[in-house]
Every structure is written in C-alpha cells, then in structure tokens.
Write a protein that binds this ligand. Structure first.
Ligand SMILES: C[S@@+](CC[C@H](N)C(=O)[O-])C[C@H]1O[C@@H](n2cnc3c(N)ncnc32)[C@H](O)[C@@H]1O
Length: 283
C-alpha cells in the first residue's frame, strides 16, 4: 500500500498544534501550562537512543537489547501481555474458528514474543500462532537461537520494517508491540499504526512506557546502578515514552477508533505504562 503522505503532513500539523505551548488561558489553566512547560523543557527528549543508531555497531546495540530482554523477563511482561491479549484472542477465535495469528512488531531478541506464546499455549483457551518481527537481523538471529533453546521452533521471527510491512492486508489477526513506540517520532507512530490497522485483520495491542516525572525520578535511582550504554538508553526510554493522551491523539488521527486503554484489576491504570488494545467492530 502506498503511504498517504498528505495524511501524514496533516497529522504533523495537528501534532505541532498539540505540542505548541501557547499562553495559559487564565489562572485556572496556569498549573497545566506550567506542567506542560516543565515536561517539554526538562523531561521530554528527542535524543536518539544508542540502540537506534546503527552507525554505533551491533556490539553495543546487542548489549542494550540484552538488558531490555532481561528487564521484560524480570517484570514478566510477556506473561502479562498474554493475559491482556486473552480476551482479544477469544473474540478473534469466536469470529474465525481458526488459530489466532499474532505478530509482535519490534520484537528485539524475542523474549516477550516467546513468553507470551508459551503462556497462551499453556492456558490453551484458543490455538494461537505467534510470530515476531524486527528490522535488525542480528536481534532476529538471537531470537531464533533463543526459540531453539527454549524448544519453541514454531515461533517464527521475520525481518521487516514496521512502517512498511511486506504483508498483505489482514495477513495477521492481531498486531502487538512492546516497548517500541517510544523509539519513533510522532509521524512514524502515525505511519506505523496505519500499517498495523491494514495488516491486522482484527485488532491490536500497544504497550510501552509512559513519560512522567514520577517514572523518570524512579528511573534516575534505578539506572544509577547501571553502567553505560545501558544507563543512557534506559533513562532516555523514560523520557521519550508517549503519554496515553498522546497515543490516543495519534490513533484518532490515523482513523483507529477501536483501540482503548486497558484497565487492570480493580480498575487501576497501569503505573508508568501505556496499555491500549481493541478489536475492530464487525462490519
Ligand atoms: C526496546 S526494543 C523492544 C524489544 C522487545 N519488544 C522487548 O520489549 O523486549 C525496540 C525494538 O524495536 C525495533 N524497531 C525499532 N524501529 C523499528 C522499525 N521501524 N521496524 C521494526 N523494528 C523496529 C528495534 O530493532 C528493537 O528491537
């Protein structure tokens, strides 16, 4: 599908409007304005993570991705992702009566992809076929090795670019992505979500860090224990994460209205994370 550049430039303009601070409208608006000013000037960063700089070579990027993988395993993100995916899988299976095809975009070394696949398979509610996709062939080699080591050769790892997926419309049922969106500029997120909407026959789930002063303060403490280059990229991750409202704005601009925030048990929002998911309405 040719990418619609006019839609992207329309979106860019909308984003600039959202990002511009303007002037506070009265005293009541002042607190919000001061918060946004501090966010834009002190917290948010456009700097590239080392992991996003191919010129730095794979050795350094492999070191960083190892920490990402270790952290997501330590936090059992793959298992949590599987739990949040369950209702979506049930709904898709109810509609199609065949194994649910899931693609994890920006899968890195594949830890979350493999954990989620195993959890869904063990729960055995509905049959699933899980694949991962990344644009870094070195990570994919590591992911395939890991799949072999864990005895999950059925999980396939594919090379591809999230902005321009080489798959037909509806080639997968659900597209998911973990800890990847913060690597992208707003217009790249817009483009990627349009691709997700095209390639996913039924829906998507988006999970990433959410930017806040609280998580950044926590991050300062925790990352003090890390050496470079991990410290650099971990801190930047917390400063680059999109807020939920920002992702909602991009989803709306991309014309995706079925993806909504997921609440945790007791109706709590996830702390420090953006978690949104949904299935397309039946047409
Ligand atoms: C922080 S890692 C997250 C890896 C994995 N999802 C996890 O949570 O452990 C972000 C991943 O997104 C991949 N990535 C970034 N931009 C991409 C793009 N345009 N297309 C495909 N993969 C991309 C990177 O190569 C990297 O593996």
């Amino acid at each position: 599908m040719a990418f619609d550049y006019s839609a992207a430039s329309e979106f860019e303009e909308r984003w600039r409007g959202y990002w511009a601070l303007g002037r506070p409208r009265g005293v009541r608006d002042l607190a919000r304005w001061v918060y946004q000013l501090a966010d834009r000037r002190l917290l948010h960063s456009d700097e590239l993570e080392y992991i996003d700089r191919p010129e730095l070579g794979d050795r350094l990027r492999v070191e960083v991705i190892a920490l990402v993988d270790w952290t997501s395993r330590a936090l059992a993100i793959g298992r949590h992702a599987a739990r949040w995916l369950r209702p979506l899988c049930r709904e898709v299976h109810r509609r199609t009566r065949r194994p649910v095809r899931i693609l994890d975009v920006g899968c890195g070394r594949g830890g979350i992809t493999l954990d989620a696949a195993r959890a869904l398979e063990r729960w055995g509610e509905v049959p699933v076929v899980v694949s991962g996709l990344d644009y870094n062939p070195r990570y994919l080699e590591l992911a395939r090795e890991e799949a072999r080591r864990r005895g999950q050769p059925e999980v396939r790892f594919l090379e591809g670019n999230a902005f321009d997926l080489a798959h037909d419309a509806g080639a997968f049922d659900l597209l998911i992505t973990n800890w990847m969106i913060h690597h992208l500029t707003p217009v790249q997120v817009f483009r990627m979500l349009q691709e997700f909407d095209r390639v996913a026959a039924h829906g998507m789930m988006l999970l990433d860090v959410s930017r806040s002063f609280l998580t950044a303060a926590g991050g300062l403490l925790v990352t003090a224990l890390l050496s470079e280059p991990r410290r650099h990229d971990s801190m930047l991750t917390l400063r680059k994460g999109y807020r939920r409202a920002e992702l909602e704005l991009i989803l709306a601009a991309a014309g995706i209205d079925y993806v909504e925030p997921i609440r945790l048990p007791l109706g709590l929002p996830p702390i420090g994370a953006c978690l949104l998911a949904g299935v397309k309405p039946i047409s």
